[in-house]
Design a protein. Structure first.
Length: 314
C-alpha cells in the first residue's frame, strides 16, 4: 500500500506544534472543501487532509505514527513493521473538531485509507474507525431550511432551531455557501441521531423563500419587466434592478411583444457556471382613469386600426 506522509499533506514540519497543525488544516480544508472548491481533485484532497489531521491532532495517534520514523517518502510502497502493535482501540470514537457547516460534515463517515487502517486498525471505515462502530453509528436526519435569495447570492450565516424527538429544542448555526441551489443539501456532521459509534449527520435541504421580484430556477433568475406600449413599439432604454444590487440600462428592441425574453448573462446566482438573469417583457397599459386619457385611446382607435385577434381567424 502507499505510504502517507501526513506532515507533507498538511504542509507542516514534523516538529510542528498542535496549533500550527490545526491552522494548516483549517486553511487547506477551506481551500479544498468539495462544496466550495473549484479544484478538480477537491474531494480527494479534502479526505486526505481530514485523515492527516485526524492523526496529527491526536497526541497518541501522532506518537504512534512517528514511530515509523522520517525515512519514508510520500507514495512509497509500505508494509507495517513485523509485530506492529500500536495499542490502538479500533472502536474508539474519532471526531474531527473542525466543521464548515456546509459540506461533508466534520469528518465522520470519511473513508480512511488502507495505510491508516494498517496502522490503527479497523477496515477502512471512517468516523468511528471500524466496522462495528460504523454499524452502530446514529442515523442521519433530514430537514429543510428556507433561505432568502440574497443568502445564495452572497453567502450567509444563519441560526436555526430544531425540535428533538423528546420535545426539546436546540439551535444550530449554519453556514450558507455562496452559490447554493434549491434542492442542494448542506451536511452538518454529528448533528443527527446519537449512537454508540457516534452521532449521524443532519442534512438540510435548501429551499428559497419567495422573492418579490425574482423567480429562481437552478442558478438562473427570472424577472417580469413591465414596459409601456410606446417603449415596446418604438424601442427604449430602461433601468433594470440587479439581484446583487445596483441597476443596469437594458435596451428594449422596437416592436417587442409581451412574453419576449431578454438575457443578462452572468447576473444570476454565482457558481460553475454562474446563472443568468432573464427578463420577460410585459406590456403594461396605462389605466383610462380620466376623460383626457380616454380621449387619447379613442384617437388611437381611429388613427391606428389594429386587430390584436387577427391571428385567430375571427
Amino acid at each position: 500500500m502507499e505510504y502517507k506522509d501526513y506532515y507533507k499533506i498538511l504542509g507542516v514540519e514534523r516538529s510542528a506544534k498542535a496549533d500550527d497543525i490545526r491552522k494548516a488544516y483549517r486553511r487547506l480544508a477551506k481551500k479544498y472543501h468539495p462544496d466550495v472548491s473549484k479544484e478538480p481533485d477537491a474531494e480527494a484532497r479534502f479526505k486526505e487532509l481530514g485523515e492527516a489531521y485526524e492523526v496529527l491532532k491526536d497526541d497518541g495517534k501522532r506518537a504512534t505514527y512517528d514511530q515509523l520514523g522520517s525515512n519514508w517518502k510520500q507514495g512509497e510502497e509500505f508494509r507495517p513493521p513485523p509485530g506492529w502493535n500500536p495499542n490502538f482501540d479500533p472502536n474508539a470514537n474519532m471526531n474531527f473538531d473542525f466543521d464548515f457547516g456546509t459540506g461533508r460534515g466534520n469528518g465522520r463517515g470519511a473513508d480512511f485509507s488502507d495505510f491508516f487502517s494498517s496502522l490503527f486498525g479497523g477496515g477502512g471505515f471512517g468516523g468511528a474507525g471500524g466496522p462495528r462502530a460504523r454499524s452502530s453509528r446514529g442515523q442521519d436526519q433530514q430537514a429543510q431550511i428556507h433561505i432568502d435569495l440574497e443568502d445564495a447570492l452572497n453567502g450567509a450565516r444563519r441560526t436555526i432551531t430544531l425540535r428533538n424527538p423528546n420535545g426539546t429544542e436546540r439551535s444550530l448555526t449554519v453556514n450558507i455557501p455562496k452559490g447554493v441551489k434549491a434542492g442542494q443539501k448542506v451536511r452538518l456532521g454529528g448533528q443527527g441521531t446519537p449512537g454508540p459509534g457516534g452521532a449521524g449527520d443532519l442534512l438540510l435541504e435548501i429551499r428559497f423563500n419567495p422573492h418579490r421580484l425574482y423567480r429562481v430556477e437552478e442558478r438562473d433568475l427570472y424577472l417580469e419587466l413591465p414596459i409601456a406600449p410606446w417603449e415596446a413599439a418604438l424601442g427604449a432604454s430602461v433601468k433594470v434592478p440587479l439581484p446583487a444590487g445596483g441597476v443596469v440600462e437594458m435596451k428594449i428592441p422596437p416592436n417587442s411583444r409581451s412574453g419576449r425574453k431578454l438575457r443578462l448573462k452572468g447576473k444570476g446566482i454565482p457558481g460553475s457556471p454562474t446563472g443568468n438573469l432573464y427578463l420577460t417583457l410585459q406590456i403594461s397599459t396605462p389605466p383610462a382613469h380620466d376623460e383626457h386619457i380616454r380621449d387619447l385611446y379613442r384617437k388611437m382607435e381611429q388613427d391606428m386600426p389594429f386587430n390584436p385577434r387577427a391571428g385567430l381567424g375571427v
